[in-house]
Design a protein around this ligand. Structure first.
Ligand SMILES: *C/C=C(C)/C=C/C=C(C)/C=C/C1=C(C)CCCC1(C)C
Length: 242
């Protein structure tokens, strides 16, 4: 019993207007629930879709673990958990590129398409980290390089080879590809806004009032759970058809 009280007394007081802390708690629980959902539903699908659902589960599970740490870090230091944030992204964003490939693989996509997206996403994240954590005085420059990599990803999936393969496949694959493309164009565009809110630069006046971590946390919930649900939906539709 005494130990139980010790556990509770180690939880710090939480201000009711701490929106960063609030979204860390909410995000942590949402990622856990989503991971459980994807893992448990995995075996109800055709074999060819199971890996895709598994990857959705992994993305949300990896995020749940990092949110657990970020939530604690925020309460201990009241600072952005930049390190955990980028470790999380460095694992989950390439996995989202794998997800793109897995959907199109059914329609004959090659592995080179996946690797191209993975390399671009790593460039985007490493340069983002350099601007946010290491060379903050030149945050705009690193953000710009990161933004160019992001732009190439958007261009690739909207107009490049991926698009062609999706069009040839048609049906549920094409509509899932389209939805994922919108996620990358609109959902991922949330992140540069968070970046500009949290780093010094000419844009401070525009985004300065926003809390960077709240923006990132909203982006993660939309992109990781939403993205997974699109894949889930595709698996439901395709399994029912065959
Ligand atoms: C689950 C996590 C996801 C989908 C994270 C995505 C992150 C980005 C798309 C980040 C992009 C950035 C830029 C385009 C420029 C500024 C630096 C970043 C890294 C915030």
């Amino acid at each position: 019993m005494k130990n139980l009280f010790l556990i509770f007394s180690s939880v710090p007081k939480i201000a009711t207007d701490d929106y960063v802390g609030f979204t860390f708690f909410l995000g942590c629980m949402a990622m856990m629930a989503a991971a459980a959902f994807f893992f448990l539903s995995m075996n109800s699908f055709d074999k060819k879709w199971r890996t895709s659902i598994l990857v959705s589960g992994l993305i949300t599970f990896i995020a749940a673990v990092h949110y657990w740490y970020m939530r604690d870090y925020w309460y201990a230091h009241e600072q952005s958990p930049t390190f955990f944030r980028y470790v999380d992204w460095l694992l989950t964003v390439p996995l989202m590129c794998v997800e793109f490939y897995l959907i199109l693989k059914v329609a004959g996509a090659k592995k080179s398409l996946m690797w191209r997206l993975i390399v671009l996403s790593v460039v985007m994240l490493v340069t983002g980290y350099l601007g946010e954590a290491v060379y903050r005085d030149q945050a705009w420059l690193w953000g710009l390089i990161s933004g160019i990599a992001y732009f190439i990803i958007v261009y690739d999936i909207w107009f490049g080879k991926a698009k062609k393969i999706a069009e040839e496949a048609g049906g549920a694959v094409l509509s899932a590809h389209k939805t994922l493309c919108w996620f990358v164009l609109v959902g991922w565009a949330i992140y540069p806004i968070g970046y500009m809110a949290g780093t010094p630069g000419w844009y401070e006046g525009i985004f300065g009032g926003l809390a960077m971590d709240v923006v990132y946390n909203i982006g993660d919930a939309i992109n990781k759970i939403g993205f997974g649900l699109v894949v889930y939906n595709l698996a439901v539709k395709s399994s029912a058809n065959s």
